[in-house]
Design a protein around this ligand. Sequence first.
Ligand code: EZ4
Ligand code: CO
Length: 402
Amino acid sequence: MKITKASVNITSPGRNFVTLKVETDAGLYGLGDGTLNGRELAVAGYLGDHLIPCLVGRDPFDTEDIWQYFYRGAYWRRGSVTMTAIGAIDMALWDIKGKALNTPLYNLLGGKSRNGILAYAHANGKDIDHALEDVARHKELGYKAIRVQSGFPGVSSTYGVPKGAGRYEPAERGLPSEQQWATEPYLRHVPRLFARVREQFGEELHLLHDCHHRLTPIEAARLGKELEPFHLFWMEDPTPAELQEGYRIIREHTTTPIAVGEVFNSVWDAHDLIRNQWIDYLRMTLAHGGGITPMKKAADFAALYHVRTGFHGATDLSPVCMAAALHFDTAIHNFGIQEHMPHSGETDAVFPHHYSFKDGFLFPGDAPGLGVDLDEKLAAQYPYQRAYLPVNRKLDGTLTDW
Ligand code: EZ4
Ligand code: CO
């Protein structure tokens, strides 16, 4: 089989998505997700200008060699734009492989290690009472694991909590908006939030929380310690991870499990975190981590150190990535949990798919390959619209971490 053509589709059914379609002389095609929130056109340009010309003519079954060709062959390594572009190619090639062999992707990665994928939802509220209402709503929907975020006194807006009515969506159209951050009131607030959640919903529900890299290691250590009575499933992104050894400080002070990595793009971003057992869950996902080929190796490496996966699964990863993630989650042994922010009806219509949700679990379906398609006619009705993640400032104006 030979690759005859590859093209990049950009569509915005409510939010922007970049999809790579790789076509072959066997009449089969594969899809890969190249969406990088707020930097979509950079990945599209990188694919179209630099990678696609080198892809045409190759055998799509050579997933390992093609991955190494783009990773090693470029001389310039890593970075989110590069790795998302390589990831889109790799995902599309595995989709073709599954279709050519007439089997779902999970069978190529080890088969079924479990019957269903434990998923966690997002519950948000402008204050504790509203957050509790949203937890109740998600429990009603069947979720067994829920991430809880709420606004807190002293700031006008909080990451992860929608400003108006409607669901939380990470990016906003137009230029970046600005949100406020204040560490002390946040640190006082979060233990109160989880005390109330446990009081109302008991011990059974898995609870998660995302700190979004806003804390220093010692602040995160304090929070983890104060959250211990509420038995969180994880505390996410407590501190930025460029300095991996920062996590040692958190680890030495608390038994609250730690998840990190939604901004990582290589196993080298997590090498020390994993081998020193400073984290419990790796959040780097297939699209941004360079695709299925390197992520299988990263997951196997993590398994040696009792680290499990907890893939990022926000709405800015397209249904193509969600489908790939669910096959991967099904097959690997050290799966932990899968983030699930359901896409809008418009997005689901543009990307018809075989995966499904029932009673707190996700299922990849049994269609060959990824089991997801792109309706190009419908996609064309939603042209790209510039959008960004908000930026965050402390009350004195200092820009803070994401
Ligand atoms: O801010 O997906 O855990 N989930 C998150 C998300 C991220 C966005 C970034 O593109 O932190 O809401
Ligand atoms: Co996060």
